[in-house]
Design a protein around this ligand. Structure first.
Ligand code: C5P
Length: 254
């Protein structure tokens, strides 16, 4: 468990209250047919509950805003009521939008005053360790306006000319230097005012919130991510997530 009384390394904003927004309104089509992704279970517990608990595990996080599939908002509320969370953490549930970006914006709109640091965390990353959450918060408290957890890449990455027909060979146009590339995870952490400005300004389609802050010309920094913060996207990821949970249970048993 993290220690919120720990002094910040460089001063900055120690003790600033933190809220986490969890976009969970996606259907998760790449996972195959079934319930919305966030409501599928891992180790018998819905993925979303794991994600909320992962944020609430940080003593700095006092509010979690869950952005639910619009048709399932009531179900998500009762689901969260039925699962234990730390008493220090309040949870709000709001309906989401058509895109991830819209869903995050709706979550930000629901934030009450008083939380000047905001995390945005995908429900699809249910197993992020608390140390990663705390490292992101600490970097924002130390003065960064936007922080992403990130890992070096194992694979070499090619830029291609995308084929018009799925499965057709795609011409490779470049090989970026792998040592300068990072795979970015969540939670991403922000100075609240900067994130709200980004969501009010940037209209391009983006796949993460930090890129919106980059488009404002603000500096985004990366801190070390964690392998266990992987995104559950495809059926194989469910098997990996179950294995990680089983190992944690085994370790907790000793
Ligand atoms: O589709 P992708 O895997 O990038 O989704 C990342 C996160 O955004 C997921 O947790 C998903 O539930 C959420 N999302 C959302 N609203 C949408 C689409 C995705 O909250 N309309």
């Amino acid at each position: 468990m993290s220690d919120d009384s720990r002094p910040s390394l460089t001063g900055g904003r120690p003790g600033t209250p933190v809220a986490a927004v969890i976009p969970a309104a996606g259907r998760g089509v790449r996972l195959g047919p079934g319930a919305p992704k966030a409501l599928r279970t891992l180790g018998g517990t819905p993925m979303l509950v794991h994600a909320v608990r992962a944020m609430a595990a940080s003593r700095a996080v006092s509010l979690v805003v869950v952005v639910a599939p619009p048709d399932d908002t009531a179900e998500v509320k009762s689901l969260l009521d039925a699962h234990a969370l730390p008493e220090r953490t309040d949870v709000l549930v709001v309906p989401g939008g058509e895109t991830r970006q819209e869903s995050v914006k709706l979550g930000l709109d629901a934030l009450p005053p008083g939380h000047e640091i905001v995390l945005v965390h995908d429900a699809a990353r249910p197993l992020v360790p608390v140390d990663t959450v705390d490292a992101v918060i600490e970097a924002v408290r130390d003065g960064a306006v936007a922080v992403v957890p990130a890992l070096p890449l194992a694979d070499t990455v090619k830029q291609v000319e995308p084929a018009l027909v799925a499965g057709a060979p795609e011409p490779v146009v470049a090989t970026p230097d792998r040592s300068r590339l990072r795979a970015v995870q969540t939670p991403q952490g922000f100075d609240r005012a900067t994130l709200i400005r980004a969501h009010g300004t940037v209209t391009d389609d983006v796949t993460d919130d930090a890129s919106m802050v980059e488009q404002l010309g603000e500096r985004v920094v990366a801190v070390p991510g964690d392998e266990e913060a992987f995104k559950v996207t495809r059926p194989l990821d469910l098997i990996l997530a179950e294995a990680v949970l089983a190992r944690r249970r085994l370790n907790d048993g000793f």
